[in-house]
Design a protein around this ligand. Structure first.
Ligand code: RFL
Ligand code: PHB
Length: 395
């Protein structure tokens, strides 16, 4: 079999939010790149994950000319509702943050928009690649070897490699001398998609003695709901009747609000963990997004954090190609980690605040309720939560 070779400036591994935003940011700066993705386009565009975009992510999509469908089909909320002790409390983020909003526009719709726009502008995204290997990372001519969708061995010669291949991708293993921090939670989320009209005009995060629940949305016809479960639970543990009974108990309040049921057409259990890799560069390889850090979904930060890494890397690359200086690239890890640890803190805080932890006793449970009571009655505490939720400014 012949071994073909091609050349680009930046080789990007992974067509998730991190890799695709990076491709668009580089294209805008006139820097060439090629994206290699192990899954098919259909699989990438069909995987249901995140739902919430931070305000600056929305602004970036607009800026890149990618926001047209999001503006039409996204849901823009003033804030969120917190429910606990049988009562409902609205946090008005728009008021607390000087006009920032919560945007619900699913990750797979973002990816569809980014892929279509990249391909329309002649960008290269190779789907279905296998056997990705990285070489010569500490030289100025690193290479990526892989097998194409058609089974052809291929080499991509680059100046730089972005290892943006998610939590299971190979790139992180190439970062020598890294330390990894991990925190596991004794619960998971059961997520469902339901054919039903919205039960509420905003997201509801509920803390209940039976466990956390979250009401989110996807469209006027489809709703997304989550339920705290045990990390070892499987779908067999949750027949539809049990899911509805738990959701009603955890979400409903004394004021008569009720949840609208519908046909459940997708169910899945998600594990929860926090993870940080404290080194994100090895020579000319830069890792980012879920390849370098994981947050539990409670703070809605994962996708946004992945995009922030792409912004910082694009700035370093732009500086390198304009001036020949690599110092901004060499600051990539430090710049990213400052934001990452704040997002880790917020996601960990929201998770502990809202979940019932079987390892905690009645004292800790009361402390959590006192914290929630403080958040909804103190403008200072509500503002701290709001500015983290809508997204801290980029450095
Ligand atoms: P991704 O999205 O995992 O993309 C990495 C891509 O790399 C590919 N890949 C490879 N390609 C080539 N060769 C290889 N050897 C490869 N190995 C892997 C993969 O196929 C994949 O396409 O990582 P990225 O770009 O870093 O983006 C991270 C986000 O996807 C993730 O953080 C969010 O989905 C997390 N998340 C949420 N984030 C938010 O900001 N707001 C939310 O509301 C939110 N909700 C969620 C979430 C994640 C969830 N799950 C299922 C984990 C809700 C859920 C339920
Ligand atoms: C979602 O709609 O999938 C979603 C919303 C908020 C979160 C997590 C997930 O915190």
């Amino acid at each position: 079999m012949s071994h073909a070779a091609v050349r680009t400036q930046v080789g990007i591994i992974g067509a998730g939010p991190a890799g695709l935003f990076l491709a668009h940011l580089l294209h805008r700066q006139g820097i060439e790149c090629v994206v290699l993705e192990s899954r098919s386009r259909e699989a990438v565009e069909g995987t249901i994950r995140a739902g919430v975009l931070e305000q600056w992510t929305v602004d970036l999509m607009q800026d890149l000319g990618l926001g047209e469908r999001m503006q039409r089909e996204g849901h823009f909320h003033r804030g969120i509702t917190l429910r606990f002790a049988g009562e409902s409390h609205h946090l008005d983020f728009e008021d607390l943050t000087g006009g920032k909003r919560v945007t619900v526009y699913p990750q797979h719709e973002v990816l569809k928009d980014l892929i279509a726009a990249r391909l329309a502008h002649g960008g290269e995204i190779h789907f279905g690649v296998r056997d990705v290997g990285l070489h010569d990372l500490t030289t100025d001519r690193p290479r990526i070897t892989y097998t194409t969708q058609d089974g052809e061995p291929q080499t991509l010669h680059c100046d730089f490699i972005a290892g943006y291949d998610g939590s299971q991708g190979p790139s992180r293993q190439y970062v020598e001398g890294r330390s990894e921090y991990q925190h596991l939670y004794p619960f998971g989320w059961l997520g469902i998609l339901v054919e039903a009209p919205p039960s509420h005009h905003e997201l509801i995060y509920a803390r209940h003695a039976r466990g956390f629940a979250l009401l989110s949305t996807r469209s006027p016809e489809i709703q997304r709901l989550y339920l705290q479960c045990r990390p070892t639970d499987t779908m067999a543990d949750y027949p539809d009747e049990l899911i509805w009974s738990e959701l009603h108990q955890r979400l409903e309040t004394a004021d008569g609000w009720t949840l609208t049921e519908g046909r459940i057409f997708q169910k899945g259990v998600i594990g929860m963990r926090s993870f940080v890799c404290d080194r994100m560069q090895h020579g000319r390889l830069f890792i980012g997004g879920d390849a370098a850090h994981i947050v539990p979904p409670t703070g809605a930060k994962g996708l946004n954090l992945a995009v922030a890494d792409a912004v910082y890397l694009s700035r370093g690359l732009e500086c390198f190609y304009r001036t020949g200086q690599q110092d901004e690239l060499d600051r990539y890890t430090d710049t990213c980690l400052r934001r990452i640890w704040k997002a880790e803190r917020f996601s960990w805080y929201m998770t502990n605040l809202l979940h019932t932890n079987p390892a905690e006793g009645p004292f800790e449970q009361r402390i959590r309720l006192a914290d929630l009571d403080y958040v909804v009655h103190s403008r200072a505490a509500a503002t701290a939560l709001a500015e983290n939720y809508v997204g801290l400014p980029l450095d």
